[in-house]
Write a new protein. Structure first.
Length: 506
């Protein structure tokens, strides 16, 4: 490992968070910070056999944990939330170093973990089942929710720790154990979270193996997806990844919680408050350097306000500070790696070929190093919704298109394969409500007068079509982490049969 300042700071943070140096030095998988491209760690790569052993430990832990009353399981999550609060600054900084998020977003990611912990603690006393009216006299019908088993979690680089927490905090209170395969690009934040979890687990007396972290590549991931001891797998990443994972889970009748690609849009109506629009679009399209699954990628601007709005957006794009995400005032950090940069440039070329007019998008800060990829966010004015616009490119590219007819723009809005998040900026009640109605947005998330990104954990998070259909975090997403049993109890002396069937034996 190079003895750079970044590597030294990473080691110090990891040490403070309780991660042994042996866990992130001397391994075969090198970890680089996108801030400079420098190596900041080298972790060991787990094999399929390592994954299988971890699943075995998690399964044993599940057998004990499922018998612990749910509110007591909530105590583990409460203590974990405490550890996160105490470690917020360090863990947020590590997210910044490893994923390249600006300071405020690195801290925000840890806050999202704390929020889901709080939610899950409350939930641990609210795992309600229904009591259902029965058609038979002296009978009672109800449903009970039981822990389901080991939950596999595959997470992506862009929310390296929060998305794990959405799944893990719910799984723990639901009585499940978890096995986590983080992105190969962000294993250090995973090690840090695991160390914090271990502290909480020791305080709570949770069984060993309740939360297993397995850092590995394809072999480990496949072993997790294929293992019949894992009844639920939650996977976040590209649609291509989901296409590989989904059918394998279906084949063995396991549950899939898929959170895949998005191609999120905002419709800007004539009545929109343009000050709000500029701020909302700037955050949603440029925040996290365009690397959120909820990032705003398509902007439909009404003809009548196009010339008032688009120059203002271009100005905001031109003046936004791109740079070291640790520096105050910087709003756009680096792309995660060269492959991401190459995909962005490829998309911009394709957009130009389709008649798009590109502003921005060029590489900047090349002096930082060949392995650091900073770009100026791009606005691309498109004559129409070409194929490149329908494809998700995980980078800060905003395709801008004009509209004049509301029904027509709704059609265009939904005419993409993905269905994660969406928004409309309008002060016209009819348009707002239509957008949220059955004939409006076809996405899992639909907002009015805020952009499509930056959801709170209280709602169910996920989307339709190629986004995969999964729901995580709030509302009743917990149900995916439990199995439901319908119970019918006869407290009478007769045996009436349902549907009026008679079956009398001597
Ligand atoms: C993701 O990009 O995978 O709604 C998750 C948001 C965040 C979560 C994004 N709360 O933008």
């Amino acid at each position: 490992m190079t003895a750079s300042a970044l590597a030294a700071e990473t080691s110090e943070i990891l040490a403070r968070l309780g991660v042994a140096a042996s866990a992130f030095t001397g391994g075969t998988m090198t970890v680089r910070s996108p801030i400079s491209g420098e190596v900041i760690g080298a972790v060991k790569e787990a094999s399929a056999a390592d994954m299988s052993a971890a699943i075995g430990r998690a399964h044993d832990a599940f057998l004990a944990w499922r018998k612990v009353p749910a509110p007591k399981r909530g105590e583990l999550v409460r203590l974990f939330g405490e550890e996160l609060r105490a470690a917020k600054a360090d863990l947020g900084r590590l997210v910044t170093i490893e994923a390249g998020k600006i300071t405020s977003e690195g801290l925000g990611e840890v806050q999202e973990m704390i929020d889901i912990c709080d939610f899950a603690v409350g939930l641990s006393r609210q795992l309600y089942g229904l009591t259902i009216a029965t058609e038979r006299a002296s009978h009672r019908m109800m449903e009970t929710w039981h822990p389901i088993g080991v939950v596999g979690i595959i997470s992506a680089f862009n929310f390296p720790v929060a998305v794990w927490s959405w799944n893990a905090a719910l799984a723990f209170v639901c009585g499940d154990s978890v096995v986590w395969k983080p992105s190969e690009k962000t294993p250090l934040t995973a090690l840090a979270v695991q160390a914090l979890y271990e502290k909480a687990a020791a305080r709570a007396g949770a069984p060993a193996g309740l939360s297993e972290l397995v850092i590995g590549g394809k072999a480990a991931g496949e072993a997790l997806v294929n293992d019949t001891r894992v009844p639920v797998v939650s996977a976040t990443g590209s649609t291509a990844m989901g296409r590989a994972v989904g059918p394998r889970l279906a084949e063995r009748f396991a549950r899939a919680i898929l959170e895949l690609g998005g191609n999120n849009a905002a419709i800007i109506a004539p009545s929109a408050d343009l000050d709000l629009v500029v701020r909302g679009v700037a955050f949603a399209a440029m925040g996290t350097a365009g690397q959120r699954c909820t990032t705003l990628r398509r902007l439909f601007v009404h003809d009548s306000i196009y010339d008032a709005l688009v120059p203002r957006l271009k100005k905001a794009y031109g003046s936004v500070k791109v740079g070291d995400p640790r520096e105050a005032g910087v709003l756009v950090g680096p792309l995660i790696d060269k492959a991401s940069f190459d995909r962005m440039q490829g998309a911009l070329s394709a957009a130009k070929a389709a008649g798009g007019v590109v502003t921005g998008g060029e590489r900047t800060r090349e002096d930082v190093g060949a392995d650091a990829h900073y770009v100026r966010p791009a606005i691309v004015e498109m004559p129409g919704q070409a194929d490149v616009v329908k494809t998700e490119t995980f980078a800060p590219i905003l395709y801008v298109m004009r509209w004049s007819d509301f029904d027509e723009v709704l059609k265009l809005h939904n005419d993409v394969p993905q269905g994660l998040s969406s928004s409309i900026f309008t002060n016209d009640l009819r348009q707002a409500e239509t957008f949220l109605s059955v004939v409006g947005s076809d996405c899992g998330i639909a907002n009015v007068n805020i952009g499509p990104s930056g959801a709170e954990i209280g709602g169910a998070f996920g989307g339709e079509k190629e986004t995969g259909g999964g729901r995580e975090a709030g509302s009743d997403a917990w149900k995916a982490y439990m199995r439901r049993a319908t119970n019918t109890i006869n407290y009478g002396r007769d045996l009436p049969l349902a549907q009026g069937v008679s079956f009398d034996v001597e």
